[in-house]
Design a protein. Structure first.
Length: 194
């Protein structure tokens, strides 16, 4: 997307360590943050019991910070044990390279256009980029295929499917699929004229 990517430390290599909320506050502020955090969790059924909320890691405890550090040195990416981690590093590298090549040069002047809700767990979002082209991201995180707005003359730049998975001619977005496409400005102008 045009926004700056948000990745938590270790996401890029599928770290198994949790990324916990931590701070470095002291005194009254530290107490307020700790208690505020536990009060926030009280609304969740799993933490309705005050005793269970006591087990929520203290954001100001150095152990909370240390538990969030990915064990980069524990996995050699070039061994069988590291193959899954390597595939995630390669995936993130591919996505960042794609963003650098296809989106970043078009960012100046980009603006959001529209988001369509396609289903309970599916959306289609569009932006007009600085060069007049249109970026579209279709995302379906559900177990069912959903109807999506049809695409005409768009160039698919990414698909999460193992094999290239454009929207079907009936504009169906398959389950657990993300598709990113670009439509050049001259194509958009031709479509407007028709």
């Amino acid at each position: 997307s045009p926004m700056i990517p948000l990745m938590f430390m270790g996401d890029e290599w599928a770290a198994s360590e949790p990324f916990l909320f931590f701070t470095s506050h002291h005194g009254e502020l530290a107490d307020a943050v700790r208690e505020g955090r536990r009060k926030e969790f009280a609304d969740f059924a799993a933490f309705a019991d005050p005793e269970k909320r006591e087990h929520i890691p203290d954001p100001n405890d150095i152990k909370t910070f240390e538990a969030s550090r990915p064990a980069f040195s524990a996995v050699d990416l070039d061994t069988d044990k590291g193959l899954d981690h390597r595939s995630w590093v390669d995936f993130y590298t591919q996505l960042l390279a794609l963003r650098h090549k296809e989106i970043m040069p078009r960012l100046p002047g980009a603006r959001f256009l529209k988001t369509d809700i396609l289903g309970d767990k599916a959306v289609s979002a569009r932006w007009v980029l600085g060069d007049g082209s249109e970026l579209r991201i279709d995302l379906n995180l559900s177990e069912q295929a959903v109807d999506a707005p049809p695409q005409q003359n768009a160039r698919q730049i990414f698909s999460s499917a193992a094999k290239s998975s454009e929207l079907s001619p009936q504009a169906i977005l398959n389950p657990y699929t993300a598709i990113v496409s670009l439509t050049a400005s001259d194509v958009l102008e031709e479509q407007d004229e028709q």
